[in-house]
Design a protein around this ligand. Sequence first.
Ligand SMILES: C[S@@+](CC[C@H](N)C(=O)[O-])C[C@H]1O[C@@H](n2cnc3c(N)ncnc32)[C@H](O)[C@@H]1O
Length: 260
Amino acid sequence: MVAPIYRIQFPPANSERLTQDAVEFGLVTDDTVQMLRFHDYSEIYKRPGLYEELFYGRLRCNSPGKVMELLERALQTDREPLTELRILDLGAGNGMMGEVLNRHGVARLVGVDIIPEARDAAFRDRPTVYDAYYVADLASVGGHLHDELKQWDFDCLTCVAALGFGDIPPRAFFNAIRFIKPNGWLAFNIKHSFLDVDDQTGFSRLVRALVFSKYFDVYHLELYRHRLSMEGRQLFYYALVGRLTAPLPDDFLESHGIAD
Ligand SMILES: C[S@@+](CC[C@H](N)C(=O)[O-])C[C@H]1O[C@@H](n2cnc3c(N)ncnc32)[C@H](O)[C@@H]1O
């Protein structure tokens, strides 16, 4: 399907004082301008190609490629083939990271996202990328879903542009990590400030607790330009790839004072 061309209009006012999830852009159609928030994912995914045009075209997002590059390098360090990876892609959206992983020929690729519009867009725009795609909130995962996810025998978790900021909370990320086998890989990106000790948000604490724990070995940590802001300012993130050395204990969040 050929995606339509969208007229995206950035508003006249400077958006710098807004938090990233509150920023809005205009979608121009004939004589109307519909304002959409950057985090109105369901509205954005419903329109084929809009997510790509906004974040990848106009705002020059580069994160799937960067996380992929570091994951590839980490695997090379341990002389392991990418093609055998069984990957859980958390916050998979319409499949931008999935597409990059699929291009490298991984063994299994399963997406999870909290909204059905993400799965529908992934199946519509990238129908051959995921072996399965679950619409679920991993903050509470029990019963049937737990058993089904376990069956995939994941040895790698990817999560791109989806952690913190009103997106994936600590509990959901923690639960997703617990689906990864011991010795499995984690590959994700985080906002620059999440490694800053002054940032005491739950997510930031979780990342620091993980990085400095005995359960995880960091292979690559790289500061890079994730994308531009609407004002053209460079937004820096860390891409982080490492290997689990042992299962995270049940009380990992509580023992580090991390709220859900
Ligand atoms: C910016 S998009 C990133 C999509 C994709 N990973 C990419 O790189 O383009 C963030 C995604 O995280 C999803 N998300 C937010 N909260 C979530 C949660 N609690 N569990 C799973 N997915 C979540 C959103 O629905 C959205 O699709």
